[in-house]
Design a protein around this ligand. Structure first.
Ligand code: ADP
Ligand code: MG
Length: 440
C-alpha cells in the first residue's frame, strides 16, 4: 500500500476513534503515527511508553472498532513507541508488512554445487530487480533452502532499494487473501495491492494447483507486473511443467525467465551448513563433530538443524563441551527423545517460576522489561527445544505473530552469545526444563 494511502487511512481511523472515545481522545490521541497497516494489522506509533501502555489498556477496543469501520476489515491494533518519529516517514512505511526471517540472509547461506545457480541468480536479481532473470523460478525438494533464498533476496533488495515496494508471501496466503477479497467484494483492492508492487515473491507456488480462479487471478497479476518490468520470483517443489493441474499458459510464463534447481547438498556443503548453523546458535563444535552429523543426515537441511537442536539441549543442560560421544548419543536418539518431549508448558512453568511472574503476564500486552524478558526467553527456548512453529509459539504466548517470535529469538540468541550471564541463565533453565519434562 502506498505511504500516502496508509497515512490517509490512518487519519480516518484516528478521527473515528476520537468520535468513539472523546474522553480519552483529548489527552491521549495526540502525536500518534501509523507504523504499518498491512495483513490485517495496524501498528500505532506513540510518542512514549506511557502513552503506548495507556492506549493498550484503555483504548484498544475503540481503535479496533474505528479501524474496522474505516477499512471494512477485521484489523488487530497494536501500540508501541515510535522511536523513529523524526526520520523520513517514507522509508519506514514503504514496506509495511514485509516479514523477513532475520537468519535467512545471503551471509548465512552456504553455497555449494547443489545450489550455486539458484544462489547466484538470487544475488543477481537482488542487485537489479526486473532486469536480469524475470521471472526467477526456484525449485527443489523440501528443506533445501528455497524459502531462505527468497527471504535473502528481499532483505538485500530492500536494503539496496529503499523505496521499492516488495511483497513476499506464501502461495496459500495469496490464495486466502484472494478469497477474502472476493468475499468482501474488494477485488479491486486486492488487485491494486499485488499489481502495483516492484517485486512480488511467492513461496511454494505449487499450491496454486487445482485453484482455478486463483490461477486466473495470478495470471493477470503476473502479466501486469511483467509488462511493467517488475520482478517476479517464485519457488516450488518441482519445475513448472511438473506441477500438476497448472494451466499451460502459467507453465509457459514461468519458463520465460530462469528456472533454477536446488539439489540436496553434497557432504562438504552439509559440513559447512552444520558449522554455520551451530555458530548462529552460539554452539562451538569441532570439525570432527560437524563431519559426523553431516555423514548421518543427508536428505534435508531441516533435519540437520533438528540434530543441532538435540545437541543444543545436551550442551546447555550438561554445561559441557560437545564431544563426539555426546553427539553420537544425541543423534542416536537417546537424548533426542528428551528434547522431543519437552512441551511449551514445561518451558513456561520453569521460566515463570524462575522470574516469579504469572503466565497471564506473559500472555498480556505488558511491555515492561520484567515481563518482556521472560516472555522472550520462553520464545527462544521453545524455538530451540521444541519442534513448534513460530506461529504456534506466538499463539501460546498471547497470540503474538511469528515476527515477534523471530525478533525475540534473534535478540535472546544475540545476548546468549555476547553475555556470559545470559548464557549461564539459559543453561540453567534448559536443565530444569529437561528435568521437568522427564519427570512428567
Ligand atoms: P525449503 O523452503 O526449500 O523447504 P528452507 O529455506 O525452509 O527450505 O530451509 C530449511 C532450513 O535449512 C532453513 O533453516 C535454512 O536456513 C536452512 N538451509 C537450507 N539451505 C541452506 C544453505 N545452503 N545454507 C544454510 N542454511 C540452509
Ligand atoms: Mg519453504
Amino acid at each position: 500500500m502506498a505511504v500516502r494511502e496508509v497515512e490517509n487511512i490512518f487519519a480516518d481511523i484516528l478521527e473515528r476513534a476520537k468520535a468513539l472515545d472523546p474522553a480519552n481522545a483529548r489527552k491521549w490521541f495526540e502525536k500518534l503515527t501509523a507504523l504499518h497497516l498491512d495483513g490485517g494489522s495496524l501498528g500505532v506509533g506513540c510518542p512514549n511508553e506511557a502513552t503506548a501502555q495507556f492506549l493498550c489498556d484503555n483504548c484498544k477496543s475503540s481503535f479496533t472498532r474505528a479501524a474496522q469501520q474505516v477499512t471494512g476489515h477485521l484489523v488487530t491494533v497494536d501500540f508501541s513507541v515510535d522511536h523513529d518519529e523524526k526520520s523520513p516517514r517514507r522509508s519506514r512505511l514503504s514496506r509495511p508488512g514485509l516479514k523477513l526471517h532475520p537468519d535467512y540472509t545471503f551471509d548465512n547461506f552456504v553455497v555449494g554445487p547443489s545450489n550455486r545457480l539458484a544462489h547466484a541468480s538470487c544475488v543477481a536479481v537482488s542487485q537489479s530487480p526486473g532486469n536480469t532473470y524475470n521471472p526467477l523460478f526456484l525449485y527443489g525438494s523440501s528443506g533445501l533452502g528455497k524459502t531462505h533464498l527468497l527471504h535473502a533476496v528481499c532483505c538485500e533488495a530492500g536494503q539496496k532499494f529503499d523505496e521499492a515496494v516488495i511483497q513476499l508471501l506464501s502461495c496459500e496466503d495469496f490464495v486466502n487473501r484472494f478469497i477474502r477479497a472476493i468475499e468482501k467484494g474488494n477485488l479491486a483492492g486486492f488487485q491494486s495491492q499485488f499489481r502495483t508492487v516492484d517485486t512480488l515473491v511467492i513461496d511454494d507456488i505449487q499450491f496454486l494447483r487445482e485453484r482455478e480462479q486463483s490461477q486466473e487471478e495470478f495470471f493477470h497479476t503476473f502479466n501486469a507486473l511483467y509488462n511493467n518490468g517488475k520482478q517476479i520470483i517464485l519457488s516450488a517443489d518441482s519445475p513448472p511443467g511438473k506441477i500438476p493441474s497448472l494451466e499451460e499458459r502459467l507453465i509457459s510464463r514461468f519458463n520465460w525467465g530462469l528456472v533454477a534447481r536446488i539439489d540436496p547438498p553434497s557432504y562438504e556443503t552439509r559440513v559447512a551448513i552444520v558449522q554455520k548453523k551451530a555458530h548462529l546458535r552460539g554452539l562451538s563444535i569441532s570439525d570432527e563433530i560437524a563431519e559426523y552429523i553431516a555423514r548421518k543426515v543427508h536428505a534435508n537441511i531441516r533435519e540437520l538443524e533438528g540434530a543441532l537442536t538435540s545437541l543444543y539441549a545436551v550442551a546447555t543442560t550438561t554445561g559441557k563441551e560437545i564431544t563426539l560421544e555426546l553427539a553420537q548419543r544425541a543423534l542416536e536418539g537417546q537424548i533426542k527423545s528428551a528434547a522431543r518431549y519437552i512441551s511449551i508448558t514445561d518451558i513456561i512453568e520453569v521460566v515463570t517460576s524462575h522470574f516469579d511472574v504469572r503466565l497471564a503476564d506473559l500472555q498480556s500486552k505488558k511491555r515492561s522489561q520484567s515481563i518482556t524478558e521472560p516472555r522472550q526467553i520462553c520464545m527462544y527456548l521453545a524455538r530451540n527445544l521444541t519442534k513448534h512453529s513460530l506461529e504456534e509459539i506466538g499463539g501460546h504466548l498471547g497470540g503474538r505473530d511469528h515476527t515477534t517470535v523471530m525478533h525475540a529469538c534473534s535478540k535472546i540468541g544475540e545476548c546468549e552469545r555476547s553475555d556470559p550471564q545470559m548464557h549461564a541463565l539459559l543453561a540453567e533453565l534448559t536443565k530444569q526444563i529437561t528435568q521437568t519434562s522427564q519427570a512428567t
